[in-house]
Design a protein around this ligand. Structure first.
Ligand SMILES: *[C@@H]1O[C@H](CO)[C@@H](O)[C@H](O)[C@H]1NC(C)=O
Ligand SMILES: *[C@@H]1O[C@H](CO)[C@@H](O)[C@H](O)[C@H]1NC(C)=O
Ligand SMILES: *[C@@H]1O[C@H](CO)[C@@H](O)[C@H](O)[C@H]1NC(C)=O
Ligand SMILES: *[C@@H]1O[C@H](CO)[C@@H](O)[C@H](O)[C@H]1NC(C)=O
Ligand SMILES: *[C@@H]1O[C@H](CO)[C@@H](O)[C@H](O)[C@H]1NC(C)=O
Ligand SMILES: *[C@@H]1O[C@H](CO)[C@@H](O)[C@H](O)[C@H]1NC(C)=O
Ligand SMILES: *[C@@H]1O[C@H](CO)[C@@H](O)[C@H](O)[C@H]1NC(C)=O
Length: 924
């Protein structure tokens, strides 16, 4: 036995030796390259998984790519591998290396060996975000073939060697976030192909030399911010012909030359946080300007310059602490693209006239000025702190006059409970919960045209999918916004637990080399959280079924809601399919055979298309009264004089005739005083005809956008009515109906201000844009941001308690007259945390000023119901029926003398600040 084993061992050893020997002696790969790889493996820990016994070009070694003949190593690509150690001098002995990427190995330190600069065939060198230090040697000039040099985020010091001018092929120069100092070398002028100078975040000093910039330099991005440049901005900067983004902010520059105004191509200009003196320069030539920040300089006092309103593409303007005097010109607000304006810390006086505010305007910051009045209304975020108008008129403007508090978003856990580092894979198969280890990191944007917000998420996702062959669908990417310029990115493998090492490597390399393109978004850096190393396997003990009641601590920070609800949309298809299976209406399907025929109904009428055309003057635009998820809504008048509202399906609906019919049969059997009545339908073109409800929506009434004034008693009556309507849908309709899109804009008010709930069941009827042409039938998960039940978002389990949550949000709207999400805050969290801190007293400042005189016992009881409705876990929420009863009890306790309506119109002016646009989640 013992001898046997010994024999086996030596036999094995022999085979191994032979194999190793043979593969090396017959290897195609140049032996010199193999020696270099061995040296790298030896110098680095943890050891790279290269199998030294095999041939690197014939067996695939991680991160090694050979030339066409498999003889020499062309690319060495090992970003974010957790490599520790230094760069051994052998690296310079590669025979013909062209691309080297060792980015994001933060423990790879030391100085760059001089031998590295022997790799004269290198075209791309990426050593970003490592631990390298020391100075950049003169030998840098040897890289005559280099097109990309990314040495950002290291600890390099000293000055840029003048030999950099020899890199005549260089397109991309990124030395940002190092400790480089001294003057910029004049030889930069010789980089006749350079598009990017990213030199920000160093300690460069002195004057930016005249002579670097000339019309032959095709720069598009010039980033010199956050250094110590001083003196004048050189006049020759004006000769750059293609420059798109210029950042010179956060320096100590003192003079700006008028030649800046010659760079007509410029769309982003930041000169803020310098020591610029003299009059504001005349920049009227920069007609393509989109983002301009001249804040925090020492300009001479003067009025807001009039050339600003020639900038028809301007989307963001900042001129804080700019010594501005006089009144705020009204023309400024009429710029159609302007979204953000920050003119705080100036001496602007007079009245702020917002009557001409353009459609894009979302944020206005005029804090610490001398404004004494305000005209017009504004639906974005307005900051007027420290203006006299806040003293004279504090109630009308309380939101605009309060300090803005920062909220720090945190990540919720999603539908599975996963071990550390793992998260629920959004691309997992139907109905399952798969813990996966995403590749994650942050994207930092250097010069955004808009602040990072929801609008950017689709652009980023699209960029990832289009530029990364390994990504099949946008479902694989989860993006959350961490700040104005930073987004958290998680990239999941398609329906799998982890990426393999090669896949992860190639995705990181695409990001490190900026091959992932986000058109129009400007420069970015990708910073992985660390090496991609999924530990063992995921904890699957919890993964078989969807988890219920996880204490996700769903903070109602807008950002978090966005993630969760964005996630809900990602999960849409799954939920749809799951719902098809448990379809509550299946038993109700009747007479399947005559699929195409009109439904036979009591009550609801069948309209001919011609009839509805007549009623709306051929769907004339003047008859349009709204747009919803289902499509457009028209007001019409029948020959009898009866007024109707017609909902016309948006695009071609892919819904089958039988399904449409079933839905109508269902809706037409639902009758309740507090539900909008279905009058009929048109079968030729999918249309639903409802009774016309004249007083608009509760949402408009709360906004002060209708003539309706809502006092406390009216609000209670509306709450009772809509609760009854919903309770009927849940308990008495047969089969029961879950509304799924309860919100203040789906509660209509009739001539007697009786609440009528609209759009129930419609989420099932909306056309599906996605399945275009394939005849696929689906029901939709639909909801509106701010109203979505967090438990539904995380579990996709739909119940009538989801409606209760949304209704709770409506109750909070009723008592505060605030939008569910405003200034990045969610009403639920705001009210709840105030309530927990100090009861009604602490909630008082959040309430609609109109209601502040109402009896505290009633307000308290109402808040108590509302907050139970928005409990995170559905089991703790009351039923719709209970809600109705409790609010009814509050209302009925009011003595009748108090029920008189106040009609003074000026009270409706209260709703001034903090209104954002409600975002409806629609299918992509
Ligand atoms: C190079 O090696 C790969 C295997 O790694 C092989 O598929 C390819 O055919 C080889 N090419 C040549 C020219 O030998
Ligand atoms: C770098 O090394 C330190 C200590 O040696 C270790 O704690 C850290 O995790 C390493 N960082 C990376 C990114 O590998
Ligand atoms: C550069 O490439 C050429 C051929 O393309 C080759 O002859 C030369 O040896 C290479 N030099 C280095 C230093 O890689
Ligand atoms: C300036 O750069 C330094 C070093 O990279 C960084 O720590 C700092 O946050 C930057 N400051 C600004 C205002 O960008
Ligand atoms: C530049 O301005 C800052 C304040 O904005 C001031 O503290 C600093 O002393 C100024 N530096 C120079 C060189 O004028
Ligand atoms: C810079 O501006 C100051 C004040 O406006 C002026 O006195 C000085 O001459 C200017 N310097 C240059 C170099 O233009
Ligand atoms: C606003 O300020 C300007 C310049 O300081 C002054 O001339 C004007 O009288 C002020 N207007 C008002 C209404 O205070």
């Amino acid at each position: 036995m013992a001898t046997n084993r010994k024999g086996l061992l030596s036999y094995r050893f022999c085979i191994c030796f032979l194999l190793q020997h043979c593969s090396l002696s017959f290897a195609l790969t140049n032996q010199q390259d193999v020696i270099v790889l061995k040296a790298l493996k030896q110098a680095w820990s943890p050891t790279i998984s290269w199998n030294l016994g095999t041939d690197p070009c014939q067996t695939s070694w991680l991160g090694i790519f050979c030339d066409d003949g498999n003889t020499t190593i062309a690319k060495l690509i090992l970003p974010a591998q957790g490599i520790s150690g230094t760069l051994p001098h052998e690296i310079g002995s590669f025979v013909n290396l062209q691309i080297l990427d060792l980015s994001y190995n933060r423990n790879l330190t030391g100085s760059l060996p001089l031998q590295l600069f022997r790799l004269t065939n290198l075209t791309e060198l990426y050593l970003q975000d490592c631990g390298f230090y020391g100075s950049l040697p003169q030998d840098l000039g040897n890289f005559v073939s280099l097109t990309t040099l990314s040495l950002n985020r290291n600890f390099f010091s000293g000055s840029i060697p003048h030999t950099i001018g020899q890199l005549s092929e260089l397109v991309w120069l990124d030395l940002s976030s190092n400790e480089l100092s001294g003057n910029l070398p004049l030889s930069l002028a010789r980089l006749r192909r350079a598009r990017h100078f990213h030199l920000q975040g160093n300690s460069f000093s002195g004057v930016i030399p005249a002579g670097i910039f000339n019309s032959k330099l095709p720069l598009i991005h010039l980033l010199l911010h956050n250094n110590s440049f001083e003196g004048s901005i050189p006049a020759d900067i004006g000769s750059l012909k293609e420059l798109d983004i210029m950042r010179l902010d956060h320096n100590t520059l003192t003079n700006v030359s008028g030649s800046l105004a010659h760079i007509v191509s410029l769309t982003t200009l930041r000169l803020d946080h310098n020591n610029l003196t003299g009059d504001l320069p005349d920049l009227s030539g920069l007609i393509n300007m989109q983002v301009m920040d001249l804040s925090n300089n020492q300009f001479s006092p003067g009025p807001v310059p009039s050339w600003l309103w020639k900038f028809t593409n301007l989307s963001a303007l900042a001129l804080e602490a700019g010594n501005l005097l006089g009144s705020v010109p009204t023309n400024l607000f009429s710029l159609q693209r302007l979204a953000l304006m920050r003119l705080g810390y100036n001496s602007l006086n007079g009245t702020l006239d917002l009557r001409m505010a353009g459609p894009s305007l979302a944020e206005l910051d005029f804090q610490q000025n001398n404004l004494s009045g305000i005209l017009g209304s504004f639906t974005g975020t307005l900051n007027l702190q420290g203006n006299p108008v806040c003293q004279t008129n504090p109630n009308h403007l309380d939101i605009a006059c309060l300090p803005v508090s920062e909220s720090s978003p945190s990540l919720p856990s999603l539908s599975c409970r996963c071990q550390r580092g793992f998260a629920s894979n959004p691309s997992a198969a139907l109905g399952s919960c798969l813990c996966a280890y995403p590749l994650s990191g942050i994207l930092v944007f250097t010069a955004l045209k808009v602040n990072l917000d929801l609008r950017l998420i689709p652009i980023l996702k699209d960029g990832f999918v289009k530029s990364t062959p390994l990504l099949d669908t946008e479902d694989q990417i989860v993006i959350s916004i961490l700040s104005d310029v930073i987004a958290n990115i998680s990239i999941f493998p398609q329906n799998a637990e982890a990426w393999d090492a090669d896949q992860a490597n190639s995705i990181i390399a695409l990001l490190s080399s900026k091959a992932v393109l986000f058109p129009g978004v400007g420069p970015y850096e990708y910073l992985p959280f660390g090496p991609y190393s999924p530990p063992g396997t995921a904890d699957e003990s919890l993964s078989a079924s969807v988890q219920v009641g996880i204490g996700t601590g769903i903070a109602a920070f807008a950002a978090v809601l966005v993630i969760i609800c964005g996630y809900a949309v990602l999960q849409k298809k799954r939920a749809e399919k799951a719902e098809e299976i448990s379809k509550p209406f299946v038993s109700w399907v009747s007479m399947r055979e005559d699929k195409g025929g009109p439904p036979k109904l009591k009550g609801a009428r069948l309209f001919a298309l011609a009839e509805l055309k007549r009623a709306t003057h051929n769907f004339n635009k003047a008859h349009e009264i709204g747009v919803g998820g289902y499509g457009k809504v028209y007001k019409g008048t029948l020959p009898s004089g009866e007024q109707i509202a017609i909902k016309k399906a948006q695009a071609r609906s892919h819904q089958g005739a039988a399904e449409f019919r079933n839905e109508i049969e269902l809706l037409s059997r639902v009758h309740h005083k507090n539900l909008v009545c279905l009058v009929g339908f048109c079968f030729e073109e999918r249309m639903l005809v409802y009774e016309y409800v004249p007083n608009g929506t509760l949402h408009e009434a709360l906004l002060g956008n209708s003539s309706v004034i809502l006092d406390w008693q009216r609000r209670l009556t509306i709450a009772v009515g809509s609760a009854r309507g919903l309770a009927y849908l849940h308990n008495e309709a047969n089969p029961p109906v879950i509304h799924r899109d309860v919100k203040s804009s789906n509660i209509l008010l009739d001539q007697n201000l009786v609440a009528k709930v609209a759009d129930f069941g419609l989420s099932r009827l909306a056309p599906d844009d996605e399945g275009s042409g394939d005849g696929h039938v689906s029901t939709q998960v639909k909801g509106t941001l701010g109203y979505l039940d967090p438990e539904y978002c995380t579990t996709q389990r739909l119940s009538d308690k989801s409606d209760v949550y949304s209704f709770g949000v409506v109750l909070l709207e009723l008592i505060t007259s605030r939008q569910p999400i405003a200034q990045g805050k969610h009403i639920v969290r705001e009210v709840r945390s105030a309530w927990q801190k100090g009861g009604l007293q602490a909630v008082m400042p959040l309430l609609d000023p109109l209601l502040k005189a109402s009896p505290t016992s009633e307000l308290r009881a109402f808040l108590d119901v509302a907050l139970r409705c928005v409990e995170e876990e559905a089991v703790f929420r009351p039923t719709m029926k209970q809600v109705g009863k409790e609010i009814e009890a509050i209302r009925d306790a009011i003595p009748h003398t108090q029920a008189g309506f106040s009609t003074s119109k000026d009270l409706a002016f209260q709703y001034s600040g903090g209104y954002d646009i409600a975002l409806t989640i629609e299918p992509k």
